[in-house]
Design a protein around this ligand. Structure first.
Ligand code: G
Ligand code: G
Ligand code: MN
Ligand code: NA
Length: 254
C-alpha cells in the first residue's frame, strides 16, 4: 500500500525514465529497433521493474504509467527517425493496459501526436495475457494490428500455450526467451529447442528475435541458425536516450 502511494507520487513527480535496448539484424549487425524499458529512480534508489510492475498492475497505476511510456517512447523514437535513422520501437504491455478503456485510441493518438508510423511500432505481449479477458485482449490487439502496428510474443516458449497463442492472435514476431538462448553451445537440448523455434517461426512467416545474448558462441550459433534478429548484453545493454543518440553515429560490432 505504501508502495502504491509512492508509485502515484512518482508518476506525478516524473520519477520514471525510459531506457532503450537495441535490437540488431543478425545478418547485417544494424540496429533495427529499440525496446523501451521503464526505470524508476526513487530518490537515489533504483527500484527494479519486477518490484513495482506487479503493484502498478494491481492498483491500476500501470494504465497512466503505460500511457506515459507509450507517448514518451513514440516521441523519442520519432525524433531519431527524423534524423534519418530508420528504427522501430518495441514496447512491453501489461494485460490491464490492453483492456483499459480507450487503449486502442490511446495508441492511435500517440502515433498521430509523434508522427511515428504504425508500422514502426511493435507491441510485445506474453501468453499469460490470454488467460483473463482473452476475447477483449485479442479483439483490441487485432484492431491495432489492422492499423499497421506489429505484434510480438515476448518470452516465447515459456508459457503454457505458445502454439495456441499463435492461432488466436495474428502476430508478426516471436522473441525467444533467454532461458533457451542461455544454453546455446553448452546444452544440447536447449540448442535443439532454439533451432526448432527459429525454424517454426520462419515456417510461419514470422520475424524471430533471440533475447538474452551474452556470449559470442551464442551469437555465432544464432547466425548459423538463420535467426533474424538479436538482443542482449553482448550486443548492447539498455541505455538512456542520449546513449541511443550517440549510437546513431556509430555501429555495433556483432
Ligand atoms: O529490462 P528489465 O529487466 O528492466 O525488465 C524487467 C521486466 O519488466 C521485463 O519482464 C519487462 O518486460 C518488464 N518491463 C520493462 N519495461 C516495461 C514497460 O514499460 N511496461 C511493462 N508492462 N513491462 C515492462
Ligand atoms: O521480459 P522482457 O523480455 O521484456 O525483459 C527484458 C529484460 O531483459 C530487461 O530488463 C533487460 O534489461 C533484460 N536483458 C536484456 N538483455 C539481457 C541479457 O543479455 N541478459 C540478461 N540477463 N538480461 C537481459
Ligand atoms: Mn520484452
Ligand atoms: Na522476453
Amino acid at each position: 500500500l505504501e508502495l502504491a502511494a509512492d508509485l502515484q507520487r512518482a508518476l506525478i513527480e516524473q520519477q520514471f525514465a525510459i531506457e532503450y535496448q537495441p535490437i540488431v539484424d543478425l545478418a547485417t549487425s544494424r540496429v533495427t529497433a529499440v525496446e523501451a524499458l521503464v526505470r524508476w529512480w526513487r530518490g537515489s534508489v533504483f527500484v527494479p521493474p519486477e518490484q513495482f510492475l506487479g503493484p502498478a498492475e494491481d492498483t491500476g497505476l500501470i494504465v497512466p504509467l503505460g500511457e506515459w511510456i507509450l507517448r514518451e517512447a513514440c516521441r523519442e523514437v520519432a525524433a531519431w527517425r527524423a534524423s534519418s535513422w530508420d528504427i522501430g520501437l518495441s514496447l512491453n504491455l501489461s494485460a490491464r493496459q490492453i483492456t483499459a478503456p480507450r487503449f486502442v485510441e490511446t495508441v492511435e493518438e500517440a502515433l498521430a501526436e509523434s508522427g511515428l508510423p504504425a508500422s514502426a511500432l511493435t507491441l510485445e505481449v506474453i501468453e499469460e495475457m490470454l488467460v483473463e479477458d482473452a476475447e477483449e485482449t485479442v479483439k483490441r490487439l487485432s484492431e491495432l494490428r489492422a492499423l499497421g502496428v506489429r505484434l510480438a510474443i515476448d518470452d516465447f516458449g515459456t508459457g503454457y500455450a505458445s502454439l495456441a497463442f499463435l492461432r488466436q492472435l495474428p502476430v508478426d514476431l516471436i522473441k525467444i526467451d533467454p532461458s533457451f538462448v542461455s544454453g546455446l553451445g553448452n546444452d544440447d537440448t536447449l540448442t535443439l529447442l532454439t533451432r526448432t523455434i527459429v525454424r517454426l517461426g520462419h515456417d510461419l512467416g514470422l520475424v524471430v528475435v533471440a533475447e538474452g545474448i551474452e556470449r559470442p558462441e551464442q551469437l555465432e550459433l544464432l547466425k548459423q541458425m538463420g535467426c533474424t534478429k538479436g538482443q542482449g548484453f553482448l550486443v548492447a545493454r539498455p541505455m538512456a536516450a542520449r546513449g541511443v543518440d550517440s549510437l546513431m553515429r556509430t555501429s555495433l560490432t556483432v
